[in-house]
Design a protein around this ligand. Structure first.
Ligand code: NAD
Ligand code: UDX
Length: 471
């Protein structure tokens, strides 16, 4: 197998940035160049004060150690392609917004453009690694494009190496992955390319955690893993609705169920609904794949995981309205958290966006506070969620607050949308004093001690527990 000495990563986003920074840190003998067409993003990666374009605990430390040593960020895509012997394609693959498969299928345009660029520029053999999450058999299309456009004596080997990191814990996930999955064609050349990439990871990942499989299994395993993770959340969220109606407590149910070693305790936390750039997109992608393979029952089965998530978000905002005496018109709601989960500034598909949209359509006022999300992002997301409402009108109803305390001032209710630790440890008595009475808390993340807050005077409503007004 070829010994990799130069890596290029196309796409300096949430996956390409952290993944290849860690490769650079752990493999000082490999020169890693991460490229992107987005100049502002690359400038941020290169910024003197390490004001990186994404917030991820521990990332800055890694970039500080490796940047300028064997880690480089650049917009010179062609040069990095030309020099590299291994190229990661880590570009975005969002859900298609129009055309065939709109709303379901993955938009593979960015993958194709990056692949065509590699074909045009490459003058020597390259191992091309599909890092983006893609539908099953995308590697075949990439190979066809590369081979149809390649220079003589220039061979391409395609690998699939899906990424399993979760945002907020990306660095620990990358340092100690449950597994690294590498898919290749089962030809001598394919297996040899697979070994080249495995050798890179072997610098810090134990050999038994590096799984090598066929290309199509690797591509499908990524969609399967995300679908099954999301399915657990939708299952527990479906049960949370039963808990609210019966007096059972979802935390107790999750705990009891998770003790079964076949089920396990992780990823069973009821919530206001899963968000993030991956779960919904990848399940819809799997639904589309199933439909195109004429497997409508399989498609319907996975579709239900997304439907249940939509139901959970709707049910939660309805519960807020019902509890606040069936109207929130003119009332002020403090939404704590805007990111799709704690420890990230990422807001893609965040449940908070849907909740705020619902509150605005009930003509409530919203104060929103998040410790990491930049203000401009909040305005962009709210505008995108309500495209027909002018931003000025949205701004009349929404205030971005500089702290949880200020968000709660003059509010009728607090809605916890993200499980930031600071919301649990906050001085709740102080928040209570500044609010209209009765003061309500809606805990969409099972974050706060409901009993303690009730003692302060709050009326607390928690996901997966019956409403206080009913008990
Ligand atoms: P992202 O949008 O943060 O980053 C993608 C980057 O690629 C962007 O900066 C974009 O400018 C750049 N890009 C697009 N086309 C390009 C081109 N032709 N040349 C150079 N740069 C180009 O996306 P992300 O969150 O990093 O996700 C990337 C892929 O990884 C997706 O397929 C996603 O499904 C998958 N994934 C994401 C996560 C996650 O937690 N975000 C986890 C696992 C897998
Ligand atoms: C996910 C996968 O976990 C990761 O392996 C894949 O590479 C990318 O997609 P990510 O979306 O970053 O990662 O975060 P994750 O921790 O999976 O959370 C996704 C959503 O589910 C968040 O909104 C989170 O709050 C929610 N969630 C998670 C729950 O509601 N309950 C849980 O028990 C776990």
């Amino acid at each position: 197998p070829v010994k990799v000495t130069k890596i290029c990563c196309i796409g300096a986003g949430y996956v390409g940035g952290p993944t290849c920074s860690v490769i650079a840190l752990k493999c000082p003998h490999i020169r890693v160049t991460i490229v992107d067409l987005n100049q502002a993003r690359i400038d941020a990666w290169n910024s003197d004060d390490f004001n990186l374009p994404i917030y991820e605990p521990g990332l800055e430390d890694v970039v500080r150690q490796a940047r300028g040593r064997n880690l480089f960020f650049s917009t010179d895509v062609d040069k990095a392609i030309e020099e590299a012997d291994l190229i990661f394609v880590s570009v975005n693959t969002p859900t298609k917004k129009s055309g065939v498969g709109a709303g379901f299928a993955a938009d593979l345009n960015y993958v194709e453009l990056a692949t065509r660029r590699i074909a045009t520029i490459a003058r020597s053999n390259k191992i091309v690694v599909e890092k983006s999450t893609v539908p099953c058999r995308t590697a075949e299309s990439m190979r066809t494009i590369l081979e149809a456009n390649s220079k003589p004596n220039c061979r391409f080997d395609i690998l699939s190496n899906p990424e399993f990191l979760a945002e907020g814990t990306a660095m620990t996930d990358l340092f100690k992955p449950d597994r690294v999955l590498i898919g290749s064609l089962q030809t001598p050349e394919g297996i040899s390319a697979c070994q080249s990439l495995a050798q890179v990871y072997a610098n810090w990942v134990p050999k038994e955690c590096i799984l090598t499989v066929g290309l199509w299994s690797s591509e499908l395993s990524k969609l399967a893993a995300n679908a099954m993770l999301a399915q657990r959340i939708s299952s527990i969220n479906a049960l949370s609705a039963i808990c609210e109606a019966t007096g059972a407590n979802i935390d107790e149910v999750s705990n009891a169920v998770g003790y079964d070693t076949r089920i396990g305790p992780k990823f069973l936390k009821a919530s206001v609904g899963f968000g993030g750039s991956c779960f919904q997109k990848d399940i819809l992608n799997l639904v589309y794949l199933s439909e195109s393979l004429h497997l409508p029952e399989v498609a319907a089965y996975w579709r239900q995981v997304v439907d249940m998530n939509e139901y959970q978000k709707r049910r939660f905002s309805q519960r807020v309205v019902d509890t606040l005496f069936k109207t929130i018109t003119g009332k002020r709601i403090a939404v704590l958290g805007f990111a799709f989960k704690a420890d990230t500034g990422d807001t893609r598909e965040s449940a908070a966006i849907t909740l705020i949209k619902d509150f605005l359509s009930e003509r409530a006022f919203v104060n929103v506070y998040d410790p990491k999300v930049v203000h401009e992002q909040i305005w962009m997301d709210l505008q995108e969620a309500s495209p027909l409402v002018p931003l000025d009108n949205i701004k009349k109803q929404v205030t971005i607050s500089p702290s949880a305390f200020e968000a709660a001032q003059g509010a009728d209710a607090i809605v916890i949308a993200t499980e930031w630790k600071e919301f649990r440890d906050i001085d709740w008595e102080r928040l209570y004093k500044g609010m209209n009475k009765p003061a309500f808390v809606f805990d969409g993340r099972l974050l706060v001690d409901a009993e303690k807050l009730t003692k302060i005077g709050f009326k607390v409503t928690t996901i997966g527990r019956p409403s206080p007004l009913l008990t």
